[in-house]
Each structure stands twice: as structure tokens, then as C-alpha cells.
Design a protein around this ligand. Structure first.
Ligand SMILES: Nc1ncnc2c1ncn2[C@@H]1O[C@H](COP(=O)(O)OP(=O)(O)OP(=O)(O)O)[C@@H](O)[C@H]1O
Ligand SMILES: [Mg+2]
Length: 265
């Protein structure tokens, strides 16, 4: 896909973003972009500023300086729900309360514009409510089928394995028309087999359904399998960007990453 000009349009552009916590500069004048249709990786050592950068993109933290553009529009300082409405989603751990609902019901909880939520509609327009519920149920079933979770469709979420819960979290992003999905260490604590499953599904969502992903991960194998390009942060700054094969081979990046010079085989 590289070299395809049509796919080089940015979904997200971060321009000179800075975030300070007291005297500490967590993100220092960072600029980067996420191209539509890509699975862009963000790596770097602990404390590099990755999550802080994500939080500024997702609206949970306001930059002290700089700009965030989403789909070409300045969204700096917009709240997460406003960004959600524009199609920017991040995964959240399934809330504890949701463990007593089935996988299917968990997915059906996601869309926030269900007419059923309005009392007026429930009383005066029951058919609208019913048809909307059917639509949401159909979509939830499609998502379950896409993720190959059919065997746990009616299982309580609380009984799912760790990996199945992660897939369900991913599935929640598919219940609305997302333009960008942010994943912050979604694979943490997932075993190797389920990791492949998760990675495979992210790839299929990207290739078959056109989702764009921006992914923070510490698992280098996962990053190199999934992400192109990969952006490297260290000490609050973007220090490199490119294909993982190049980044792996660059001693300066490895040194910045691990803090000590490393022999490259
Ligand atoms: N809410 C906060 N208040 C004060 N300092 C913070 C806050 N959040 C992050 N920091 C600091 O900002 C720096 C960047 O943290 P951040 O969480 O963005 O790093 P990270 O790259 O996501 O690290 P990790 O890989 O460990 O998740 C760190 O020094 C961290 O201690
Ligand atoms: Mg982090």
C-alpha cells in the first residue's frame, strides 16, 4: 500500500503538541500524523509520553501548546464525547457492571443515540424504538460473527476469557462508524495464542472494513506484525518514524529506547 497517494491523507495530525505536569514536560513539541487506512504504531520506553500524547488526541487531556487536527478540523480541547461523535474511539476495559450481561448485550449498549433512551419515543413512537433495537441487534450480531465470537454470543461477559473480553472491547468500537480507533496497550496480559487472534482481528478490521488504528504497544513482535509506520517517542519527543524493520536496525534509536548502547546483530 505504500506509495499509494490516495491513502496518504491524514486522519489525525498532531502539531507541536506540548503537555506539562508541573515542572515535568511529558510531551515536548511533538508533531506526527496518522494516515487514513493505516495501522500506525507508537512505541517508546516507559514514561516516554505515549499515553499523554494519546490522551491529548482523544480529548481526555488538553495540550498546553500546539494543535490536534482530526479529519482536517481543529479539535484541540474538544471533550472525548464530542470526538466520539465525530468517529474517534478508544477501547475501554469492560465495566464490572457489564459482567452480568451477555456478549451480545454488551455490544448493544454502545450506540448512544438510541431513540429508546428518550421517554417520549418509548411512549409515543414504540415502533421506532423497536426498529432501532432490531438494527442495533443486527449490527451486534454482525460484529460477533466478524470477530468469530459466535460460540459465546449468549455467554455472560463475566465468564469470558481474558482474550475474549479484549475481542469484545474491540467489538464495541465496531458498533459505531469509527474513523479512528485508539488502542493503548490492548494486548497487555493477553497470552500468545489470543494475541494472534486479537492481532488477526485488528488486521481484518483494517483490511476488510477500512478502520484506521493508532496503537501503543510494548510487544515488539505485535508492533512489527501489525504496524506501518511505527513512530518512536523518547523523553517526550518523537525521535523516529518508519517501518519497524528500519527502526529495529537503527542503533541510535535502540540506544534512546533502552538508555544504553546496544549491539545490533
Ligand atoms: N497525570 C499525571 N500527572 C503527573 N505526571 C504525569 C501524569 N501522567 C503522566 N505523567 C508523567 O508524564 C511522563 C509521560 O507519561 P506517559 O504515561 O505519557 O508515558 P508512557 O509513554 O505512556 O509510559 P508507559 O509505557 O509506562 O505507559 C511520565 O514521566 C509520567 O510520570
Ligand atoms: Mg502509557
Amino acid at each position: 500500500m505504500s506509495g499509494d497517494k490516495l491513502n496518504e491523507e491524514p486522519v489525525v495530525e498532531v502539531k507541536n503538541a506540548t503537555k506539562r505536569y508541573g515542572g515535568l514536560i511529558a510531551v515536548n513539541d511533538c508533531s506526527l500524523s496518522v494516515t487514513r487506512g493505516s495501522i500506525t504504531g507508537l512505541i517508546g520506553p516507559n514514561g516516554a509520553g505515549k499515553t499523554t500524547l494519546f490522551n491529548m488526541v482523544a480529548g481526555t487531556q488538553k495540550p498546553d501548546g500546539g494543535q490536534i487536527l482530526f479529519d482536517g478540523e481543529d479539535v484541540t480541547g474538544l471533550a472525548p464525547y464530542e470526538l466520539f461523535g465525530r468517529g474517534m474511539l478508544r477501547t475501554f476495559q469492560l465495566a464490572h457492571e457489564f459482567s452480568q450481561m451477555t456478549s451480545l448485550e454488551n455490544l448493544m449498549m454502545v450506540p448512544d443515540d438510541q431513540p429508546g433512551e428518550s421517554l417520549v419515543n418509548t411512549w409515543f413512537r414504540p415502533s421506532l424504538v423497536a426498529s432501532r433495537e432490531l438494527e442495533v441487534r443486527q449490527r451486534a450480531n454482525d460484529v460477533i460473527d466478524f470477530l468469530r465470537l459466535g460460540h459465546v454470543r449468549d455467554e455472560l461477559a463475566g465468564n469470558l476469557s481474558g482474550g475474549q473480553k479484549k475481542l469484545l472491547e474491540l467489538g464495541r468500537t465496531m458498533m459505531v462508524d469509527a474513523k479512528l480507533v485508539l488502542l493503548d496497550e490492548v494486548a497487555a496480559g493477553v497470552n500468545r495464542t489470543l494475541l494472534k487472534d486479537l492481532a488477526g482481528n485488528i488486521e481484518r478490521m483494517n483490511r476488510e472494513l477500512g478502520y484506521t488504528f493508532f496503537v501503543i504497544e510494548h510487544d515488539m513482535d505485535l508492533i512489527s506484525r501489525l504496524c506501518h509506520p511505527v513512530i518512536v517517542m523518547a523523553q517526550g519527543e518523537v525521535i523516529a518514524e518508519g517501518p519497524m524493520e528500519e527502526i529495529r536496525q537503527n542503533p541510535e534509536i535502540i540506544e534512546a529506547y533502552f538508555g544504553t548502547p546496544v549491539e545490533v546483530a
